[in-house]
Ligand binder design. Structure first.
Ligand code: SIN
Length: 491
């Protein structure tokens, strides 16, 4: 059932182009469904490639003016957008739960998190510093300054329908770039709500554009972004496979790219860890959005001395989850986005059990609640040859392995092409330092399962991608450095 909104204008179903809701001429539409009830929320236009081209051109026209706006103006619009998101917190969270299925408490958390990127970059917008450099010739001086890279294409995922767009758009706006954003076909409504608020916040027309496409048409839109000579940068959050394809497609224009791709995060709990804290934080990391985040723990390595104690306490916490429709009171975890996600969890469970893993909590589908509901599974005695250790499950399966030494566990942790996040639990600072240094991931989180923040440089290494979102580095991905030499100054 449709949630009641205080401001019904936040619920939009048309593309947002040049500051207006755009009437698509496309004859095709696609449905957005509530994954909890499977009910149709809305039919949206599956835009034609000609319309995407038109929107790209508008993003470029707007850039020619926006790049000259003052950083204090950009800061003011960003700050206002942050405030507006908080003023509309309840409505935005309801839209998010409706289209994504996560529980309302998590959706509220996500909207605050998304808003925090606009707050952060409203401050960073003013701090786009360059350098002065003394080159080898004493008669010359060099100044660098950072210019906006140009119009940017943002390709966003379903798992954080609000926060991922915000994390990309906020530094782009701050740097002086205009954006064309393509939300995931399953969760476009949060991006349209953001577009509505961006206009309210005062961003000039054409600075923020949202185009719409079905799942089937999305690869063609991605290709358009990558091959467009107008779009100067593409930022993508999603799977490593798609990231590699986009990178290939971008080679013809040598486009600047940010790739926030798949992870295979390990949690490592040492004998000397605060076990209650480790359990608590491992639950938070593993089951945030029911495992559907790139930084969710995918593998849990527990040192032998605390293996049984950890599993017992961890399992007790999982048993206490209340799975249900995200809008219901007391629900701790909602549903998964689609059948593909559930099938992957099932495949990983079956594979692990066939290779000798043991069931702690069986988990499984909950047909009484709906097709996309799955009760979390916990398995132990997992080994390095199992799929769950080598592929990102992106779902509610906790796979637990015992280990003896830090050398052994580091080898296991690093034996993957991925390198996004890792988690270490120990009360020994030397152990924490040692692990942080040797773990091959872009982010290491010690003694906490929830570390992401607008102030933190978010990003991976290896096949988890490149580029950093958020933080004092976040604007770098949306700027290019220009070097200016002042010659023969001592005349
Ligand atoms: C992600 O899953 O990519 C984002 C997680 C976060 O920002 O916390």
């Amino acid at each position: 059932m449709a949630p009641t909104l205080n401001n019904p204008n936040l619920l939009q179903t048309k593309p947002f182009i040049n500051g207006k809701w755009y009437d698509s001429k496309s004859t095709k539409t696609f449905g957005v469904f509530d994954p909890a009830t499977e009910e149709l929320i809305a039919e949206l236009p599956d835009q034609t490639l000609e319309e995407i081209d038109e929107a790209i051109q508008i993003t470029k026209n707007a850039f020619e003016k926006y790049k000259h706006t003052g950083t204090y103006d950009r800061s003011k619009w960003l700050r206002r957008l942050y405030e507006l998101m908080l003023e509309n917190l309840d409505d935005l969270a309801k839209i998010l739960t409706w289209e994504n299925g996560k529980c309302l408490t998590d959706a509220i958390g996500e909207i605050k998190y998304a808003a925090s990127y606009f707050e952060w970059f409203s401050e960073e917008a003013k701090r786009n510093y360059g350098h002065t450099i003394q080159p080898s010739n004493p008669n010359n001086k060099v100044i660098t300054y950072k210019q906006p890279v140009g119009p940017v294409g943002l390709l966003c995922p379903f798992n954080f329908p609000s926060a991922m767009g915000a994390r990309k758009a906020a530094p782009a706006f701050a740097a002086g770039c205009t954006c064309i954003l393509k939300p995931d076909a399953q969760t476009p409504l949060s991006s349209l709500a953001l577009a509505y608020l961006a206009k309210e916040a005062g961003f000039p027309d054409g600075v923020f554009n949202v185009v719409l496409s079905s799942v089937e048409s999305t690869p063609a839109v991605g290709l358009k972004f990558c091959e467009s000579p107008i779009i100067k940068k593409v930022s993508f959050t999603g799977s490593t496979g798609v990231g590699k394809l986009l990178m290939k497609q971008s080679s013809s224009t040598l486009k600047k790219l940010s790739m926030e791709l798949g992870g295979n995060a390990p949690i490592i709990v040492f004998n000397d860890a605060d076990i209650d804290l480790a359990v608590d934080q491992s639950i938070a990391s593993k089951f945030r959005s029911l495992g559907q985040t790139c930084v969710c723990a995918n593998r849990l390595y527990i040192q032998e001395g605390v293996y049984d104690e950890f599993i017992e306490k961890f399992a007790a916490r999982v048993q206490a989850f209340k799975i249900g429709n995200g809008f219901e009171d007391g629900v701790t975890h909602g549903c998964l986005i689609n059948q593909k996600c559930i099938e992957k969890v099932e495949d990983h469970v079956d594979d692990a059990l066939s290779k000798g893993a043991t069931v702690v909590i069986k988990g499984g589908r909950i047909p009484d609640l709906g097709k996309n509901f799955y009760s979390p599974a916990v398995i132990k005695d997992v080994t390095q040859d199992m799929k769950v250790v080598n592929e990102e499950t992106f779902g509610p399966l906790a796979a637990i392995t015992p280990f003896k030494t830090k050398e052994q566990v580091i080898e296991w942790c690093n034996d993957t092409p991925f390198g996004l996040a890792s988690y270490v639990f120990s009360e020994n600072l030397n152990t924490v330092w040692y692990m942080s240094e040797f773990l091959e991931t872009g982010m290491v989180s010690a003694n906490t399962g929830l570390f992401t923040d607008a102030a933190l440089p978010f990003g991976g290494i290896k096949e988890s991608g490149f580029g950093r979102e958020g933080s004092l580095y976040g604007m770098d991905d949306y700027t290019v450095i220009k070097s200016i030499t002042l010659g023969n100054v001592y005349r």
